[in-house]
Design a binder for this molecule. Structure first.
Ligand SMILES: [Zn+2]
Length: 465
């Protein structure tokens, strides 16, 4: 089954607070002139030909370009005529490498400190316009990584932290996950997660039902949201997991795995359970699409250009140590094909039922390259039948709502943090246009396409030696 094989292969995980080569450019306030603003505020259309003033890390004003702003002499003016400004993108399901995770997965304690460079690990997110990620296997290292970014020492997306709790015989090595064998252990694990400074609980694969429910209940008491798998597949327990506090399903695939083969005719029922519980869905279509692609056509591991940006260790895991490719057989391929087909039906049905859907990708699973995978996910969601506006919502305003960062992020509006994308083309017309990045604005600092490309090229050069 997809989940268990996935894990084996994430022996690719690597991290570090490596030497920060990132030097913050001198900050100039920005006036983005004549830009078309896609605010992502509900009900608001594109605002054409606007001037957007960014002071420090905030949007100070948004006004028609015809408004005279000649008096602004202290700003860097960006001529954005014919360009489009939208909120930075969010990937709600990623894994972020660290030295320690790499050691845990490979069971190789000799992996040296500094194997992973944090600036490299995060660059592909920024280069693809992803300015917020949620790390679903957070460790103490992830907390430190988050702080490196927030303190401005490393260029990267905001990092939200979810710590994993699994059942006895956990799928992942202890150190990356906690273990709870019964409800009282589950409650204690949640209190530990909260006390240690994580923001969310990730409930995992091998929890029993009572422990899962206790985890959700304890988390609710502590005002923490639970994002989870649906454990105990195939036992007819699905509905019982939808309890107060269970806030987000971590993959569309979780629903597919409830029965083998996946039961298309039960999608409407699943959607009602999810909707009635107020639970949201993280999509992660792209990981299943890509697994199917790698298993059926392993040559794409050579032809997909994004793989060349991975560090040597990650590239080895993706290409030589790829368990999907190694384990591929007609039966498994047929199973993954059924999951992929099911996912495509589930997304529009859940959307129609009013289940909020957010974009996530499981980045760092071998062959799933950070940043690029979110761009793939947006396309997959559009192919599944969401409108381009719904797709953009799934990766901007909705994740900010779930993460509790709406006051700060998720839309283009006065007072919000200036985490923005400048695009050459309109993504509401064609979703692939989110790839047409003219510049990325991170906390009010503009990184031009040229500068981003230079950083990527430098990283590729270093990684190829
Ligand atoms: Zn994951």
């Amino acid at each position: 089954m997809i989940v268990s094989k996935r894990l084996l292969s994430v022996a690719a995980l690597v991290c570090a607070l490596a030497a920060a080569s990132f030097t913050a450019p001198a900050r100039a306030d920005l006036l983005i002139e004549h830009v078309n603003v896609i605010s992502m505020l509900p009900g608001q259309d594109v605002q054409t030909d606007m001037n957007v003033l960014v002071r420090k890390d905030r949007i100070a004003s948004i006004a028609p370009a015809s408004t005279e702003q000649a008096e602004l002499s202290d700003v860097e003016r960006i001529d954005a005529r014919g360009q489009w400004l939208m909120p930075g993108l969010v990937d709600m399901h990623v894994h972020l490498e660290s030295d320690r995770l790499f050691r845990l997965y490979t069971q190789d304690p000799t992996i040296p400190r500094g194997t992973v460079r944090l600036d490299d690990a995060l660059l592909l997110y920024v280069a693809n316009g992803v300015l917020q990620i949620t790390v679903l296997s957070s460790t103490p290292e992830t907390i430190a990584q988050r702080d490196e970014v927030e303190n401005g020492r490393v260029l990267g997306p905001h990092i939200a932290l979810a710590a994993m709790i699994d059942g006895p015989e956990p799928v992942w090595p202890v150190g990356m996950t906690r273990v709870a064998a019964n409800p009282s252990d589950g409650r204690q694990a949640v209190r530990d997660v909260a006390a240690e400074g994580y923001e969310f609980v990730k409930a995992y694969e091998r929890l029993d039902l009572d422990t899962f429910i206790a985890i959700c209940d304890e988390a609710k008491k502590l005002n923490m949201k639970v994002i989870g798998h649906l454990p105990q597949n195939g036992k007819g327990l699905t509905q019982k997991f939808f309890v107060p506090g269970f806030s987000m399903i971590a993959h569309a695939e979780e629903i597919a795995q409830q029965e083998d083969p996946p039961a298309d005719d039960r999608i409407a029922q699943y959607a009602q359970w999810v909707k009635n519980n107020g639970t949201w869905l993280t999509s992660t279509l792209t990981v299943d699409d890509r697994i199917l692609e790698m298993m059926s056509r392993p040559e794409t591991l050579k032809s997909r250009p994004e793989l060349q940006y991975l560090s040597p260790a990650l590239r080895r895991m993706a290409i030589e140590g790829n368990h999907y490719v190694k384990g591929a057989n007609p039966g498994w391929i047929a199973h993954v094909q059924r999951v992929v087909d099911f996912n495509r039906k589930l997304i529009p049905a859940f959307a129609a039922a009013g289940v909020p859907i957010v974009a996530g990708t499981d980045a760092l699973v071998p062959g799933i390259v950070p940043g690029f995978s979110l761009q793939d996910e947006l396309q997959a969601l559009a192919q599944a039948g969401l409108s381009n506006r719904q797709v953009l919502e799934s990766a901007t305003r909705l994740p900010a709502e779930w993460l509790g960062t709406s006051d700060d992020r998720g839309v283009v509006a006065t007072g919000k943090r200036a985490d923005l994308l400048l695009l050459h083309r309109n993504p509401l017309e064609r979703i692939e246009n989110t790839r047409e990045i003219a510049g990325v604005i991170v906390g009010g600092k503009l990184y031009s396409r040229k500068e981003i490309d230079e950083r990527k090229a430098d990283m590729r050069r270093r990684n190829s030696t």
